[in-house]
Structures are given as structure tokens and as C-alpha cells.
Design a protein around this ligand. Sequence first.
Ligand code: SF4
Length: 332
Amino acid sequence: MNADLHLNAAATEINGAHPQWSRAEAQAIYDLPFNDLLFRAQTVHRQNFDPNRVQLSRLLSIKTGGCPEDCGYCSQSSRHESGLKASKLMEVQRVLAEAKKAKDAGATRYCMGAAWRSPKERDMDAVVAMIEGVKELGMESCMTLGMLDLGQAQRLKEAGLDYYNHNIDTSERYYNEIITTRTFADRLDTLANVRDSGIKVCCGGIVGMGEEKADRVDMLVTLANLPEHPDSVPINMLIPIEGTPLGEAEPIEPIEFVRTIALARIMMPKSHVRLSAGRTAMSDEMQALCFFAGANSIFVGDTLLTAENPGEDKDTALFRRLGIQPMERGAQ
Ligand code: SF4
């Protein structure tokens, strides 16, 4: 299927099946003249979403640092010298008090992240109570806890979990340069367990880790060829953190980042493409271009799991200048 047909197929999604992409097709779109690429992305975006609405999520680290994994970008790995202090799992009531504050500030989805390889049985009751409490507040719940087997995923689903985040991070080819303690196939297994349990998948990756353009394209091809497109596709721009193996990584060229967003929008037309970590290093104009290219979700709040994020005042001011409104809960 050529790239033009793909655009039409993506818009119609005959019988609910989505087209499968080859690297060559995706690369051809990524390499389009920039204006053509943005026009296509914006066209697909308008066919599927209100172009002036952006979904707001709030992220809380419920268990910080001390992680046994070796993800090269992460300050929370116990193998890196980032200086981050490890903490225990937060108490349920504290998590719910923070969730309430986020709701009052306009967030519709509450994302909770723990720096684990995978959750331990002894932690599951607390995690379940957090999900139930967030649901009672009337917010959507999302968790990222590392790898899950099917039984764990089903337990989280029963508790009412709406979304589970588990990123593939990069292309399969480049993956081993970034992480050695679990494989790309492990990641896909967790995604399958989450999907099979009926939880919506949030899955994306990180760019600016020294990968090649082909890796960015391949990462998106993997996501777009999953049995179902992830509901949310976070695209993170690496924040190099001192003491991590990627602490000195060269920043990605902003136009390349925008191209990545546009390709994600075109290949996964109904997914929420989230402009995730790295917004503090982006100009307002770059963020505006990302929204034009089809990004329609951000994290709000001063910090992500451990990294800086623009404060809400700054985001509110940017939204006002761009005429963007927050998306209602569960809206497209
Ligand atoms: S990204 Fe997650 S799994 Fe990897 S080191 Fe950081 S906290 Fe651990």
C-alpha cells in the first residue's frame, strides 16, 4: 500500500482493522517536505479529533528510585549515579490527596508510576486501593509499574484501571544500546498482557537518545503495527540527566522531533499523541508546531516522575495564546 492510500485507509479504518505499515512507507512520509508532512498530519488530526483540544494528564511518582533495571536515560536506576534518593511506596491516602488536587486543577487522568522491574505481590493491595480511590474521584486512572504478567494485569483491570503505560522506548535495533536488563520482546509481552486483560495501552518512546532517524521511524512502525493502536502514544524528548549513560547525549534537532510527532499522528490516527518529557527544553513555538502536527495530550504539573515540567501557569498562558482548551474526560 502506498503512502497516499495509507492516509485514506487510516481515515476510514475499514471493518475496524488498521493498515500494517512497512518501514519504507513510513520513512517516505517522515521524509516528506515539512509543509506537506504537517498538512497531512493536521488533516488526519482533524478527521479524528477536535484540533483545539488537548488532554491533560497528571503524573505522580508513587515509588521513586532504587530500580534494578538499567535504562540508560533514567535517573531512577540504582545502577546510575544520578544522586536520586530512593523512597518506599507512597501511602494510599497521600496518593489520593494528590489525585484530588490534580482533579481540582483540571486534570482528567491520573497517572501513577513506580520504579519497579515489576510489581511484587506484597504491593498489589496498595496499588489496587490507589486505582479504586482515583476512580472514586471520577478521574481516569493510569499506572506504570514495569512488567506485568497476565494475572497481574487482570487484577489491575478488576480494580478499574483504565490505562497502563509501558513504553517500547526505541526501535528494536537500537534497544540493546539503551537497556540490557529486559528485552524488547519482554516489553511486547507486557503490552499483550495489558491488552488481553482489557486495559487500554499507553505506549510510546523517547527520542534524542543518539538513535538514527530510521530508529524513530521503526519505533513508530512497531507501535502502529500492534494488534490495536495504543490509546495513548507518549513521545518523550530525552532530558539528559547527569550520572546516567545518556547524560551527555546531543539534543535532537527540533524539526526532527516535530516530524516524529507528525508521523505518529498519521500512522495512529485515533491515538492520543502525548507530548511528554522534555517540554521544558522546547520553545513555545516548537510546542505549537507539535500541536499542529497532531500532539493532543500533555502532562501538567511542575514535575514528571522525577524530571522538570513547565508549571501550570506557563501551560495555561500558552494554551490561551494558541486558543487551545483542555479536553473533557474520555472525550476525543
Ligand atoms: S525507566 Fe523504569 S524500569 Fe527503567 S530504570 Fe527507570 S524506573 Fe526502572
